[in-house]
Write a protein that binds this ligand. Structure first.
Ligand code: CP3
Length: 351
């Protein structure tokens, strides 16, 4: 009785991407970071209704619509909830705006004490609109497609909070580590608690797995990388796994080079994101699921170049658990036909 019920449920709902984290599959699932974005005309149409990017992120109907757009067009194997990593500083008291051609701009922190004392339970009232968007999206999304929730790791959020904008080297944020270490560690702690709360709310409202972005982990030296990227990520993973043992976690720490071993081995993540600079042939000894590596700029190349790169990645991970993805987010002017081409190659590949 029990077995047949499980079998029926299994047939009823099969998520290739989740299965591929547990098993070496003959088919490789595919999705792209930033798959809902400006390269899609249908995205630009919805986007044009909002002057302020965060107003867009805080509109559940618009979020649901653009989250599903790339699934409808390309039949990707997962949707990622349309939102941004900077909703956390915005919610805990540092207003964020997005300026065209400049990116995010954060106001100067004047209320340090309020931020450092911000209790994560207050996050719910500030971000409940995102949880409504997740509920709506899960309801409308194909039941066989997992919905990915996400947050950035504390270091990457701290970078934007301290720097107040995008930077090349995050020198202001790094100086803060050494010149205001107590305050810095308090900031990492408060962000860690809020990130855990934000991720658990995303799971409770319908996300099937989560991804942690540590986009600026690559600017840290080895010791600081362990202290401020690996350990906080491990705390987040432990907290989530404690409450939701079945939920899978993808970790993507960009440009960390050979520190990827520490990251993969010590954080407890289930899937390791691989940026486009990593030599994937040197990862053979790692026992994990891999995701990523295709250079997003190669999608501007000719089809034979794209084909070589895609097949090379697929062949290299042939004996590994593998989710196909880019090595960073897709670029705004990417030709759509080349995205279709990659999806086709991956969907027809068998190992
Ligand atoms: O992947 C997805 O499709 C989900 C949505 C998503 C967005 N941002 C939407 C977005 C996700 C997962 C993010 C994560 C994010 N945001 C990261 C981590 C990943 C990475 O790129 O390293 C970072 C660092 C940010 C911060 C951020 N948000 C920046 C630097 C910018 C401006 C850059 C740009 O391309 O203009 C954003 C804005 C943003 N977030 C856009 C999108 C689609 C573009 C804004 C627009 O449409 O006007």
């Amino acid at each position: 009785m029990h077995t047949s019920t499980t079998t029926i449920l299994f047939i009823y709902k099969y998520m290739l991407l989740l299965d591929s984290i547990k098993n070496k599959n003959s088919k490789v699932p595919i999705w792209f970071m930033r798959q809902a974005g400006r390269y899609l005309p249908e995205y630009r149409k919805v986007r044009s209704n909002f002057k302020n990017f965060l107003d867009f992120c805080y509109n559940p109907e618009a979020v649901c619509e653009v989250t599903i757009q790339p699934i409808t067009r390309f039949d990707f194997d997962a949707a990622i909830i349309f939102s941004d990593i900077l909703v956390i500083p915005d919610a805990i008291g540092q207003k964020v705006s997005f300026i065209e051609n400049k990116g995010p701009v954060l106001e100067e922190i004047k209320n340090w004490d309020d931020i450092l004392r911000y209790d994560e339970s207050r996050l719910e009232q500030n971000l409940n609109i995102i949880y409504d968007a997740i509920k709506l999206t899960r309801k409308n999304l194909d039941k066989n497609k997992p919905l990915i929730g996400f947050a950035a790791a504390p270091w990457t959020i701290a970078c934007y909070m301290l720097e107040q904008k995008t930077s090349k080297d995050y020198a202001i944020a790094k100086k803060f580590i050494y010149q205001n270490n107590i305050k810095f560690e308090q900031l990492i702690d408060v962000l860690t608690k809020n990130i855990i709360f934000h991720l658990r709310n995303q799971i409770l409202n319908g996300c099937d797995l989560i991804q942690i972005f540590d986009s600026w982990a690559g600017v840290l030296n080895k010791d600081d990388f362990i202290k401020y990227s690996v350990i906080p990520t491990q705390k987040i993973v432990n907290a989530i796994k404690n409450e939701f043992p079945e939920i899978k976690i993808i970790g993507f720490a960009k440009s960390i080079g050979n520190k990827i071993e520490d990251y993969s081995g010590n954080t407890g993540i289930d899937v390791v994101g691989i940026d486009y600079t990593i030599d994937i042939n040197k990862l053979n000894h790692l026992q994990t699921t891999f995701q990523g590596n295709l250079d997003p700029i190669s999608l501007f190349g000719e089809k034979n170049i794209i084909k070589n790169q895609v097949l090379n990645i697929l062949d290299s991970f042939k004996d590994k658990k593998h989710i196909f993805n880019l090595g960073h987010g897709i670029m705004p002017e990417t030709p759509i036909e080349n995205v279709e081409y990659v999806v086709d190659l991956v969907k027809n590949y068998r190992r």
